[in-house]
Design a protein around this ligand. Structure first.
Ligand SMILES: [Zn+2]
Length: 411
């Protein structure tokens, strides 16, 4: 009898934990919302919802924000997540900058800083500077809430999800850096999340951007290289050791250009900033006239997109060539992953007006009908903030979805 009671108590605690997660997640996506609407959205009865909301309000996770008249009967009190429930610190260590963003639980940005760096500063100096900015961010966050929910750090490389080790960051030139132990030693008093920057950006678009409301998403981001991330049923797909979604290193041309990873003809040798500049150089060398001739060797993607918008034929052809290779790869990925949305980030987003028609034509010609009919390709909502926004999302998800509310409530 004793054993059975213990078992039931455990079971009830788990159910309560799941229900708290459910209520908080509906609040995240649908607030301001009434208790009655929460009951309808969760499928729980009204008494259970009121009870859960009472608990969440007691602990400052949820607040009442006014009334809504339904036309008949009593107006309903509306609820939202409480901005002061806690704060989140997110950071990106990029090849040439460090960015830190701090939000409350709304999540509204309470502090943000971006500082220029360069790889020659050296690994230790960059990590020490990151740590100093994180401490500054935490101090700023304390002005908006007392509890720090987590610190997320995005890096442009492959992360071992078991140990939090950065295995390889080709554009930083870093190998086997024990990032998680380094940042955990800082004793932030909250969990630390280390993640690949494209994975974070994918989750950021899913939580706060173009992929909001979509559960199965392929995110591709062009920069110096080509990064990717997959959201499957609302969660990041990391693979067995955390290094999935390295789509930029799929071999697309066995005899192609040498890639930074050591292989030849990786997709990112065809679709990236470097590839775009190469196509432009080739077109100019072939004798085509372009307004970009006078800046040859000193391009920026913004410059090329502006030239294309002004009607520069060479700029348009170079972007379209990138779009063709991008579309060929996406067609295969649609067949492999069957996502409902493909989000183009980074420089792909900047050039989306010219890329999308070519990409869609390749998809039309190459993807299986059922895979292409269920997917759309869109531009990302977030630009250079995509990774830090994703870091906020990772911490958010740990609080809302991974059944952590009870642990936090018990603090
Ligand atoms: Zn490669």
């Amino acid at each position: 009898m004793q054993k059975r009671e213990t078992y039931q108590t455990g079971d009830q605690a788990l159910v309560r934990q799941i229900n708290l997660s459910l209520v908080m997640n509906i609040l995240r996506t649908q607030a301001p919302i009434s208790r009655a609407a929460l009951a309808q959205a969760t499928g729980l009865n009204k008494a259970t919802v009121s009870d859960l909301v009472f608990d969440l309000m007691e602990r400052c996770f949820v607040r009442e924000v006014g009334m809504k008249s339904s036309g008949t009967g009593r107006p309903a009190t509306l609820l939202t997540l409480h901005p002061a429930a806690g704060f989140i610190v997110s950071c990106e260590i990029a090849v040439d900058f460090i960015e830190v963003m701090v939000t409350d639980f709304a999540p509204d940005v309470v502090w943000q800083v971006k500082e220029k760096t360069f790889p020659e500063m050296g690994q230790q100096a960059i990590l020490d500077r990151t740590l100093a900015l994180l401490y500054q961010g935490i101090e700023r966050g304390k002005a908006s809430a007392t509890s720090l929910f987590g610190v997320a750090i995005g890096v442009p490389g492959m992360i071992d999800s078991g140990t939090g080790t950065l295995l390889f960051a080709p554009n930083l030139g870093w190998n086997n850096v024990e990032l998680l132990p380094f940042f955990e030693k800082a004793n932030f008093g909250a969990p630390v999340f280390i993640e690949n920057e494209a994975n974070l950006a994918a989750l950021g678009e899913h939580y706060f951007g173009a992929a909001k409301g979509y559960e199965n998403v392929l995110y591709l981001s062009g920069n110096i290289g080509l990064g990717g991330g997959v959201v499957r049923d609302g969660h990041l797909c990391r693979g067995v050791s955390g290094v999935a979604s390295e789509f930029g290193h799929m071999t697309m041309n066995p005899d192609g250009e040498l890639c930074k990873c050591g292989n030849h003809g990786c997709w990112e040798t065809q679709v990236s900033q470097k590839a775009l500049y190469r196509y432009l150089d080739e077109l100019i060398a072939s004798g085509k006239k372009s307004s970009l001739v006078h800046v040859a060797g000193n391009y920026s993607v913004e410059m090329i997109v502006d030239a294309a918008k002004a009607g520069d034929e060479v700029a348009i052809l170079a972007i379209e060539k990138t779009g063709r290779y991008l579309g060929i790869g996406i067609a295969s990925l649609l067949n492999a992953l069957n996502p409902e949305l493909v989000v183009l980030g980074g420089i792909l987003s900047l050039a989306a007006d010219f890329l999308l028609p070519v990409v869609n034509a390749e998809i039309q010609n190459r993807a299986l009908r059922w895979n292409r009919e269920s997917a759309r390709v869109v531009r990302a909502a977030h630009g250079s903030d995509a990774c830090v926004k994703g870091g906020i999302a990772v911490v958010y998800q740990s609080v809302l979805l991974q059944a952590n509310p009870l642990a936090i409530l018990g603090r």
